[in-house]
Design a protein around this ligand. Sequence first.
Ligand code: NAD
Length: 480
Amino acid sequence: MTDTYPNTQLHIAGKWISAQDGETIDVINPATEEIIGNVAHARVADLDVALESVEVGFQSWKNTSANQRYKLMRKAADLVRSRADEIASIMTMEQGKPLLEAKGETLFGAEIIDWFAEESRRTYGRVIPARMDGVTQMVIKEPVGPVAAFTPWNFPINQAVRKLSGAVAAGCSIILKGPEETPASCAALLKCFVDAGLPDGVVNLVYGIPAEISEYLIPHRTIRKVTFTGSTAVGKQLAAMAGAHMKRVTMELGGHSPAIIFEDADVEVALKVLTANKFRNAGQVCVSPTRFLVHEKHYNRFVEGFTDFASSLPVGEGLDPNTKMGPLAHDRRIDAIESFVSDAVSKGANILTGGERKGNKGYFFEPTVMTDVPMDARIMNEEPFGPIAPIMPFSDFDSVVTEANRLDYGLAAYAYTKSAKTAEAIGGAFESGMVSINHHGIALIETPFGGVKDSGYGSEGGSEAIDAYLNTKFITQAGL
Ligand code: NAD
């Protein structure tokens, strides 16, 4: 644990450095609104050096054996574990989430590195039986090349570690543009890779103006792969830019996850799991349950239970051990959540608890429960990314499936039922990249993680996750 917040530098060509022109961006503690430090602000001149560095890094790393990559990554994971207390307190200071959540995220980051380290030794190819004697047909996997990665502020470690580990495990080098709002915990993660002994240039870290960096890196011929986590709107711009330059892409974008409580569900189990997951990280989670669709038989109990939970949830500074929900991560979220609430209320929604900013210092917002929210309210159509829960009743399977699939998002979906038949039917019916039934089992590293429709494409979990950083090469060879 530390109470000192470090300034963050760029990491380029194996060195921690300031931006060439010395520019920095302030970092604000969302619980106090105080400036607690700064992060180096890269410009094009810095990016040029990073691009040279990532190319050099790639040339050495792609020829490093999988076994050696595995060993260095395992060392990086051990360093993350040994530094977890310090990294977690830094994350709480800059992001706001409760310390326990920050520590859990950090330790899970170590697990993610371990898992990818193991996968790095299993990037198997295959031999395809030939049609003629003397011919050998081989399929081999090769690293795709230098990667440009863009990660957000909601999970400063988790979003970055999946990209760093996937790229490094596959034999790629990477320039990571980390989150300017929460730079130091992301940098502390990357430092574990550096300190484990990865060659210079394999991992590079920059911060700055997101659009300036993406517009420079994505078209650049050095970069062969683009991976982004963030909003659908930005993801579409970056995917279009990557498409124009024929770069491989992984897009992990927004969601608007339906959570259905069927007539035969155990409503108390559903309440326990869904309330905890709604307000985790103050709702700033792409797979957060968002639209609660409750069978009319359980509707009153569910609304009552959810409201009780939300109204008694301890909200406060993340470093306070009693806190269960911290502030929103930055002032833009306060404006966004206030406007979701006022829009819904103006269209007839009822606020059962919350609905307001909490206190006048720090970006705290009350856990909020709404009913009677009309379908044209923005919260029923756009990703809220905050601690607001709209709850609505339904009566039959077909209508609830239609509502669940109504939006263009397709990231995660949840259902509660005791019937195997209903579970099977809803599992197949959801238009969603991930479905979790009767529990919250999404985002384990060994399972696929990604969306469909406007929620993006590609996966950041399971064996698909390393494949995203590998090219398939076919070699056919005849004996002379
Ligand atoms: P935003 O859309 O401006 O930024 C989202 C993320 O994308 C940030 O990390 C930002 O640095 C990055 N970004 C923005 N423009 C970029 C560009 N041109 N090139 C490269 N990166 C760029 O908005 P915000 O206020 O930070 O967050 C708002 C919304 O973003 C949220 O409501 C949520 O829908 C979405 N979001 C999603 C995730 C996720 O985990 N999928 C994480 C953070 C934010």
